[in-house]
Ligand binder design. Structure first.
Ligand SMILES: [Cu+2]
Length: 124
């Protein structure tokens, strides 16, 4: 297939425009799902939080902090990247009593982009 110079320039310009679009530039390290779910209400947490992202994670720069409704840190474990699925970050937590919990995550993806976010879940 032959492309004219004009077509090549058009394709190049479109590519640059897409690359410069903020929505694309920030589409890294996005939290896709969590257990317990974002804003979820659960009976109990089975000892581990699981956060699934859209890209592979760098273990050394990926963390999760959980705090209770009073802002006190819950547990002292460090987040780990699941060896069988590098998109998954897990955190061991002690038995959680009823109440609402805040999860603060910060990750670095394989392309060295960092992102972070916060969400809450509740235990009945
Ligand atoms: Cu990225």
């Amino acid at each position: 297939m032959k492309l004219s110079l004009q077509k090549l320039i058009a394709v190049f310009a479109t590519t640059v425009a897409i690359a410069l679009t903020p929505a694309v530039a920030f589409a890294h390290g996005k939290l896709e799902s969590a257990q317990p779910a974002v804003n979820g209400v659960v009976e109990a947490v089975p000892g581990t939080l699981r956060l699934t992202f859209n890209e592979d994670l760098e273990p050394a720069f990926s963390t999760i902090k959980v705090s209770d409704a009073n802002g006190a840190a819950v547990g002292d474990a460090k987040a780990k990247v699941d060896p069988s699925d590098k998109k998954v970050l897990t955190l061991a937590v002690p038995r959680l009593s009823a109440g609402s919990y805040s999860v603060q995550w910060a990750v670095m993806t394989g392309d060295s982009h960092k992102s972070k976010g916060t969400y809450t879940f509740s235990v009945k």
